[in-house]
Design a protein around this ligand. Structure first.
Ligand code: MN
Length: 291
């Protein structure tokens, strides 16, 4: 029996070497944006910022982003090094430490703040984080806000070889289910390898897939992608096979696209311009609550 390989193809790959500040705490590479050409290949994901490893000196002041609103989507924060503290107007919040993930559903609207955790700031150190925005389908955009604090120890781990491990954050991998509750079908994994490995993933047809190389190198069909590279794959096909270098770390995002119009402006992600204007007015009149 011939095993026909049905590959997902790399349709875009790039890196964004320049960084910009989000508040005074997050120095990020803006890796995914809801631009028209790109969006259909990254949906249900909207935006991804990567705060690649950076040393922060000790301080007693709060570093980060003060009070601001969101509506119509979810913000997912992955703390890799350092610690992040959140607080929102629905009563959600907490501190996420290295390895933890915080999944905040803004839904109909929250006001929140995002800072380096006090304990981390007092000592200083290396900070590394990813923030991902996940879109909500039209029918769920005005859902009640929700906060999921997902601890490192809650993620199933699947061995992909010696010193190589996959964590299931959302969705499923080889029958292991991740703890995150999602509104549309999503798989999120991260993979670490100390010694390097050959990795094969099988994903569904007609889903979008994105890989962020966080450290080391990814080799796929004689092409090498260094750290801070993003690979975006075709909806068609199922299989993705690559070679991970030593000291490798990558984040894998996969999901069923939400094929609806999207209007993303500032902190709001809606279906129409009219809904963006309503969001602005609801925020100004205090309907998204306060801290
Ligand atoms: Mn925010």
């Amino acid at each position: 029996m011939v095993n026909l390989i049905n590959k997902k193809q790399v349709i875009y790959s790039y890196s964004v070497p320049q960084k910009h500040w989000v508040g005074d705490g997050f120095h990020v590479h803006g890796l995914l944006r809801p631009e028209e050409d790109l969006h259909k290949h990254i949906s249900p994901f909207v935006l991804m910022d990567y705060a690649s490893p950076m040393e922060f000196s000790e301080t007693t002041k709060k570093r980060g982003v003060g009070e601001h609103p969101h509506r119509g989507f979810e913000t997912v924060t992955f703390a890799y090094q350092g610690a992040v503290e959140h607080r929102d107007s629905s009563g959600g919040g907490g501190t996420i430490m290295s390895g933890d993930v915080q999944w905040m559903t803004a839904g109909s609207g929250v006001v929140h703040e995002e800072f380096h955790a006090d304990d981390f700031s007092r000592t200083g150190g290396i900070f590394e984080m990813v923030q991902l925005w996940v879109n909500l389908p039209k029918k769920d955009k005005m859902t009640a806000p929700r906060y999921q604090a997902l601890a490192d120890k809650s993620f199933p781990r699947v061995s992909l070889g010696e010193d190589t491990e996959l964590r299931v954050i959302a969705g499923e991998f080889e029958e292991q289910k991740g703890p995150a509750l999602t509104f549309t079908p999503i798989n999120i994994y991260d993979i670490t390898s100390q010694g390097g490995a050959d990795i094969a993933l099988q994903l569904a047809e007609e889903t979008n897939t994105i890989i962020l190389v966080m450290s080391g190198e990814l080799e796929l069909e004689q092409r090498r992608f260094h750290d801070k590279s993003v690979l975006i794959f075709s909806r068609e096909g199922k299989d993705i096979a690559f070679k991970a270098s030593k000291n490798f770390k990558a984040l894998i995002l996969n999901g069923e696209p939400i094929d609806e119009p999207i209007v993303a402006m500032g902190p709001f992600v809606m279906n129409t311009r009219q809904e963006i204007l309503e969001a602005m007015s609801d925020f100004r009149s205090g309907k998204m609550g306060k801290l």
